[in-house]
Ligand binder design. Sequence first.
Ligand code: JFT
Length: 240
Amino acid sequence: MRIDVVTIFPGYLAPLREALLGRAIAAGLIDVRVHNLRDWTRDVHQAVDDAPYGGGPGMVMRPQVWGEALDDVLGDEPARLIVPTPAGVPFTQATARRWKDEPRLVFACGRYEGIDQRVVDEYASRMPVEEVSIGDYVLVGGEVAVLVMVEAVARLLPGVLGNPQSAEQDSFSDGLLEGPAYTRPVVWRGREVPAVLRSGDHGAIARWRRDRALERTAKRRPDLLAALPEDALDQRDREF
Ligand SMILES: N#Cc1c(N)n[nH]c1-c1ccc2c(Cl)cn(Cc3cccnc3)c2c1
């Protein structure tokens, strides 16, 4: 997969080159290119924003510079354009799973009060464009959202995670939150690891883990339980 990110703060994307993702990039599993939007400005001040039509607080990012940048970055290679925005469709694990098979993702990272809407409208007329949000809170720009989305997608790509089973069995893969995890020592500050996890009874362990996942999901995210398909829970599951 090729990933392009256009931003006025390229340094914000430096964490992509660290640790697991950094190794995946170095191994050629992912091709990540970060572009500075200001490279497409033509004025001495490298202006990328202007006052909003209709008034209101803050500034809006100008369409011209975005158009020139995206025309260049996109070239003729098919891609999906992702535009982070607080007003976007929620980004979920299902989104990450859908995007992992894309040959190329291009992220348009805005700042200020956002990017002139005509940029989205222009590119949506010729390619898949998604305006997405990573959550119900407000950030200062799109860069952190891109870090989140790139990591969520990249970890699903073959060879990126040391243990591919992690991606298959992680939270949300079965629609439930993951239950608690434990490792050595068996007793820590007087707190003991649940005996079932040391029993060697794999059936009992699987049941215990599912019970804890159901319990945690019912308590913290009842909306996820409600969204499960009818046949996802058996009678016993419904006791939580
Ligand atoms: N994804 C996501 C996401 C999220 N979950 N919170 N905030 C954002 C996000 C994404 C993109 C931008 C761009 Cl461009 C500018 N801002 C600042 C802003 C603040 C208030 C109102 N409008 C824009 C962004 C915030």
